[in-house]
Write a protein that binds this ligand. Structure first.
Ligand SMILES: [Zn+2]
Length: 112
């Protein structure tokens, strides 16, 4: 007996790139994803079609887990690096994880 999978729309992406990031991320975590509106055939010439709406569907059974995963993804992205002083003495603007001068990685301040 086939159990028909019920799909629910997870979100609508404005760009193909965003849709691909979400799809790839979810698939890595074992979620089956269906994307509607994404042109999978032929060559893609660097860019999204304007006004394109790309819809991402997941199984209703996976919805809860999917939302948790997306929240985790957003938290990761929403953690900007503050302005910091590199060990080489240069000041690095916020949002940059690497020193523009020597290429060192951002170190969280250890605090005193
Ligand atoms: Zn540096």
């Amino acid at each position: 007996m086939d159990h028909e999978i019920e799909l629910t729309r997870l979100l609508v992406c404005e760009t193909e790139l965003q849709a691909k990031i979400v799809k790839g991320f979810l698939e890595e975590n074992g979620i089956k994803v269906m994307v509607k509106g994404l042109d999978t055939g032929g060559s893609v010439f660097g860019g999204a079609v304007e006004d394109a709406e790309i819809e991402i569907f997941v199984s209703v059974d996976d919805l809860e887990k999917t939302q948790e995963l997306l929240e985790a993804l957003e938290e990761e992205e929403g953690d900007p690096v503050p302005e910091w002083i590199c060990k080489c003495g240069e000041e690095v603007d916020e949002g940059f994880e690497l020193c523009w001068s020597c290429g060192a990685e951002y170190q969280e301040p250890t605090g005193e």
